[in-house]
Design a protein around this ligand. Structure first.
Ligand SMILES: O=C(O)C(=O)Cc1ccccc1
Length: 282
């Protein structure tokens, strides 16, 4: 079984793979599209990528790539707690307050926005492809006074010193990761017990129909189908045109979800099932 993940080693996604599939040697890719492409071209059987963060919201590149570029299935999800730390090269530990540039993944920078505003005002931050890519870059450039925001495994892996621990702005910082596959199939065996199921739909509303979104929501509501998330993303066909990505807190069944989908289609919506899959807490 070959699993690709958003690398390099010691990203939060790497931590999630290690928890979910401890005995698998997974393959790092530098960007989320590269992970998804690896599944598309058969280099990997599955990919694990981040999709949503509790503080910063959706990882848009993951949603957009799945909708527009590579129609893959979500076959599992895992939610993990996220702790962000500020780290520097050991040679720069004493002068970390004179850091010139803070590097990290855009979501990690956003999760520490208040810290950066309060403690590192005026210092420029720059986004990298991942937290671990930022840590690796800081390791390779001791001559520059840089800092990275990343996890403690990245500090260890890239030989950096943590100078401020737990700098994420809110305690309940969690990220959802999804396992993607080209085929609709069961998640490979994991030692963890799942804590529920979800079904994700992508719904396109008919144009110019008054109250369409209200009618869509009522198709779920009167069937008692609980929604855990609804997110809109541009269709990229013009201002005001959106897809709705809807997570239902239930596994695909024979009656309720197919009934809701048939009702949406009768309203003129197009509906795509992105997956029906088990959820895990790491
Ligand atoms: O950059 C990483 O380490 C990732 O795996 C993406 C990410 C970034 C911030 C929080 C959770 C996941």
């Amino acid at each position: 079984m070959k699993i690709g993940f958003l690398g390099p080693r010691a990203t939060f996604t790497d931590l999630a793979v290690r928890h979910l599939f401890p005995s698998v040697e997974a393959t790092p890719f530098m960007t989320i599209p590269e992970c998804i492409d690896a599944v598309e071209d058969g280099t990997c059987d599955f990919a694990l990528v981040p999709i949503e963060n509790a503080l910063e919201g959706s990882v848009n590149i993951t949603l957009d790539y799945l909708i527009h570029e590579a129609p893959q299935y979500i076959i599992g999800e895992a939610t993990a707690p996220i702790q962000q730390h500020l780290m520097v090269h050991p040679e720069n530990e004493q002068q970390w307050k004179q850091t010139e540039l803070v590097l990290s993944h855009s979501h990690a920078l956003a999760q520490c926005h208040k810290f950066l505003h309060r403690e590192m005002k005026g210092i420029v931050s720059e986004r990298m492809t991942s937290t671990a890519a930022a840590a690796q870059y800081v390791n390779e450039h001791p001559e520059k006074n840089l800092a990275a925001i990343a996890n403690s495994l990245a500090a260890e892996e890239y030989g950096l010193s943590i100078v401020q621990a737990d700098i994420h702005d809110y305690d309940h910082n969690h990220t959802r990761f999804v396992v993607l596959s080209k085929e609709k199939q069961a998640l490979p065996q994991t030692t963890l017990a799942s804590n529920g199921f979800k079904t994700t739909l992508v719904v396109t509303l008919p144009s110019d129909r008054t109250g369409a979104l209200h009618q869509v929501l009522s198709a779920f509501s009167w069937r008692n189908l609980n929604l855990s998330k609804i997110e809109s993303r541009p269709t990229k066909t013009g201002l005001g045109n959106y897809f709705f990505i809807i997570d239902i807190e239930q596994q695909m069944d024979d009656v309720l979800i197919p009934g809701a989908i048939a009702e949406l289609e009768a309203l003129g919506c197009s509906v795509k099932v992105l997956g029906s899959y088990p959820s895990f807490r790491l």
